[in-house]
Write a new protein. Structure first.
Length: 266
């Protein structure tokens, strides 16, 4: 689905069904250096089970025009503008990694637009080491190799899982390699600079889910737990045997947790 946001083309995958703004809406927000395709299983299932799905490509990512936005707050503003363009008054906001910060910021600053918020693979602060930031700026292939190894649990290092013909770690690396030059550094710098996490967490008024992976080395579970504790009434769930790439390593488990959480919204 193509929309116009801020005078530029914005893309959102609708899960294989035409988007219907009359249905309960779910906005799926990807992480750094990625795009809508990380939500493949979850977006299709939700779209065929009573939801209007918008798996977005943030500006400069995937099929959306423009340059990557410089801050988490700007990305949150853009998500609200995309909901306006799609005719959506209220949506459940689901974000992974950088996208979790976007969903958090959006739900806190625009409470009337958030029916619920789910934060996957999240942490605060979401700091990025100086060495990795420098590699993201000056040697993207090296940075992506490091990120890809750190983003997965031990099981994902082997080919042929979780289904025949599907290599989790290879697919994730190829996805990052498709990104435009400069996107990786812009995204990581935005995460590293974001300082309002605990303040925004305390402002959340809608139902909240924090879904963490116990083997996550990119956003360690202990940092995500601290953020969950700051959100009033948040439900905290851990996934065993997964690294940071939860949707790739544990797609069914992620979907099950989202189905349970979003059932009242539907």
């Amino acid at each position: 689905m193509e929309l116009t946001v801020g005078g530029r083309r914005a893309y959102a995958y609708t899960g294989g069904k035409a988007f219907d703004p009359a249905l309960p809406a779910v906005a799926l927000i990807h992480g750094g250096d990625q795009d809508h395709s990380v939500w493949g299983l979850q977006s299709r299932y939700l779209a065929h089970h009573g939801f209007g799905v918008l798996a977005v490509d943030l500006p400069g990512h995937g099929r959306s025009e423009g340059s990557p936005l410089a801050s988490i707050g700007e990305m949150a503003d853009w998500v609200v503008a995309l909901l306006d363009a799609a005719g959506v008054r209220e949506a459940a906001l689901v974000g992974h990694s950088m996208g979790s910060l976007v969903a958090l910021d959006c739900a806190a600053r625009f409470p009337q637009r958030a029916a619920a918020v789910a934060l996957l693979g999240t942490a605060f602060p979401m700091r990025v080491s100086a060495e990795l930031l420098d590699a993201a700026r000056s040697d993207e292939p090296a940075a992506r190799r490091m990120i890809n190894v750190w983003s997965h649990g031990a099981y994902a290092q082997y080919p042929g899982n979780p289904g025949p013909g599907f290599w989790v770690i290879g697919a994730n690396l190829r996805l990052m390699q498709r990104a435009k030059p400069g996107v990786l550094y812009a995204d990581f710098a935005a995460c590293d600079r974001y300082a309002e996490g605990l303040e925004r967490a305390a402002q959340i008024k809608c139902p909240a889910l924090v879904l963490l992976a116990k083997a996550d080395r990119m956003t360690p579970a202990r940092s995500g737990q601290a953020l969950a504790n700051a959100i009033p009434g948040a439900k905290l769930v851990y996934l065993e045997g997964s690294g940071h790439n939860l949707m790739g390593e544990k797609p069914d488990e992620v979907l099950d947790r989202l189905r349970e959480f979003l059932a009242p919204v539907r």
